[in-house]
Write a protein that binds this ligand. Structure first.
Ligand code: NOJ
Length: 557
């Protein structure tokens, strides 16, 4: 890599500090939520063979790679983010032989494969946790986790006041092998997800083995769950503010997240990935789920010897407003690009309300304002310098399913808080592939097979076969955007220069003459540039940028 300029605040030109060709720097990765992608066995749950069958569809869409949500053996209390065995496949999703077939098929099609690795916590069914429960307080088995005596009379109060992310105390009391009430163990998510003790050297060593196991099977990298977690304050003291809130971030318990030691883990994992790359020339990618308070702290995770990428969630969190978008984009470019990494943009994932609904309100048709804005946001994201992640169904314009009946909701957040406000099932409803009625080709089972979450009737309009046949569909917008991104040297990584502002409009130039503009208002404005139109998110008469629309041009000037 060679050094180049940083941010020039006087001209508004934002340029990364390093240049050089690394596939991940401007890759577009498609997130496959395996249990909702495509079901090959007819049990109503997507699986690895289903992913393999869907690869040609993804090739046609034009993504560079896929990230697979966890498919490891798991009791599925948090849909696989509670891992019972890190080096195997849950029979629900297939087996290692099927995984190998998926890898070979992906390689043949030129699609890279990232796995989801979950190092902050495991499952209560992990054999080391079972050993810990069977062992005595103070034993080496318990030292792999955070076990501690309770406070108050008879130790009946949790060891500290920390709250779990999914509601309730972050501690659960165990019954000792002799039947008496005993110690407590720490879990920052559900009680079924005990947190690992990363200060115990057995834990990092175990995870290095996990990395190598999958790298030896050919994977191209890892998406790292809760990458600002892992280490806790060594004394586990009470927190001044135990109310954790990952979305607003302001009140995240600083004793449980973002400890300085975590950076050494990412440095070590980077050396492991680099070792494999040095062997065969294939660069492996580490992308972290990093929720920290500021873009500047986020940037620390993507220093040149740490993670290659970390999802920049501020774009996803920004309201539909030109100033808000400009602010988060500028901050990201200034703070992150300067590290030598590129920004990793994301608008949707399996934990968030889908853009069509988020930008438009809870309309289930998805055909109105929310859809127009979601299309515009997609063109904006694909025009920004850096990498982009697309969540399955985003390319179909799927809205959030907002009216799932309570008895069908599976998200542990609902179980633990009783609140529907943050439930995540609505963005995880199985994809529609074809046909007029559920299961819409999702499951190959006999007629009447039921997807694990009910699909609404209106999913018929979003089925992939209809999307492919209709050139006005979301799918074609994404496909065309990806094709242009691959063909035009101005897109991908590189320079962004803000153009003059009109109220409610965001406009910037990429490289030499490629202009992207987004009209956040609902009224048309004059096009901010004259030139050759390349692509727009909606009908775009010459010289005009209609409301809730984005467009790309090659400028004449
Ligand atoms: C973040 C994942 O995206 C989410 O789905 C999961 O519940 C938590 N981490 C806990 O693993």
């Amino acid at each position: 890599m060679t050094a180049a300029a940083g941010t020039d605040r006087s001209t508004g030109v934002i340029q990364p500090t390093f240049t050089g060709r690394h596939w991940w720097r401007d890759a577009v990765i498609y997130q496959v939520y395996v249990r909702s992608f495509l079901d090959s066995t007819g049990d109503g749950i997507g699986d690895l063979a289903g992913v393999r069958a869907g690869l040609p569809y993804l090739r046609k869409l034009g993504v560079d790679g896929i990230w697979l949500s966890p498919f490891y053996p798991s009791p599925q209390h948090d849909h696989g983010y509670d891992v019972a065995a890190y080096q195997d496949v849950d029979p629900l999703f297939g087996d290692l032989a099927e995984f190998d077939l998926l890898m070979s098929a992906a390689r043949r099609l030129g699609i890279k494969v990232l796995l989801d690795i979950v190092p902050n916590h495991c499952s209560v069914e992990h054999h080391w946790f079972r050993d810990a429960l069977a062992a005595a307080p103070g034993s080496p088995e318990r030292a792999r986790f955070h076990f501690a005596a309770g406070r108050g009379p008879d130790g009946a109060e949790p060891p500290n006041n920390w709250h779990a992310m999914f509601g309730g105390s972050a501690w659960t009391r165990v019954t000792e092998p002799d039947g008496t009430p005993g110690e407590w163990y720490l879990h920052m998510f559900t009680p079924e997800q005990p947190d690992w003790n990363w200060r115990n050297p057995e834990v990092p060593a175990e995870f290095e083995g996990v990395l190598r196991f999958w790298l030896d099977r050919g994977v191209d990298g890892f998406r790292i769950d809760v990458a600002a977690g892992l280490y806790k304050h060594p004394d586990l003291p009470d927190s001044d503010d135990p109310d954790v809130d990952a979305r607003t971030r302001d009140s995240v318990n600083p004793l449980a997240w973002n400890q300085p030691e975590v950076h050494d883990v990412w440095r070590h994992w980077r050396t492991v990935c680099d070792e494999y790359a040095a062997r065969d020339g294939r660069e492996r990618l580490l992308v972290g789920e990093v929720s920290v308070p500021t873009a500047r702290e986020h940037a620390l995770y993507v220093r040149p010897d740490e993670l290659h990428q970390a999802f920049f969630f501020d774009l996803l969190g920004a309201p539909w407003d030109a100033d808000a978008f400009r602010k988060v984009i500028s901050e990201a470019m200034e703070d992150i690009a300067g590290t030598g990494s590129t920004v990793t943009w994301v608008l949707n994932n399996h934990d968030q309300v889908r853009t069509v609904t988020r930008y438009g309100g809870p309309s289930t048709e998805g055909s109105g304002l929310g859809a127009a804005r979601a299309r515009a946001a997609a063109l904006l994201m694909l025009a920004l310098p850096g990498a982009a992640y697309i969540y399955q169904g985003e390319e179909l314009g799927l809205p959030e399913v907002v009216d799932l009946p309570d008895d069908q909701i599976t998200d542990p957040i609902f179980r633990r808080t009783g609140s529907r406000a943050r439930i995540r099932d609505g963005c995880r409803v199985p994809l529609p592939w074809s046909g007029q009625a559920s299961p819409f080709g999702f499951t190959s089972g006999a007629a009447g097979a039921r997807p694990w979450l009910p699909q609404p009737d209106y999913f018929a309009e979003y089925a992939t076969d209809r999307a492919l046949a209709d050139t006005r569909s979301f799918w074609h917008l994404y496909r065309d955007g990806l094709q242009l991104r691959a063909a035009l040297p101005q897109l991908g990584e590189g320079v962004l220069r803000w153009l003059d502002r009109q109220p409610g409009v965001l406009a910037f130039e990429r490289g030499d003459g490629l202009v992207c503009a987004v009209n956040f208002s609902t009224a048309p404005v004059p096009a901010p540039v004259s030139g050759t139109p390349l692509l727009s998110s909606g009908p775009c008469p010459a010289g005009v940028l209609p409301g809730s629309t984005a467009a790309w041009w090659l400028s004449d000037q």
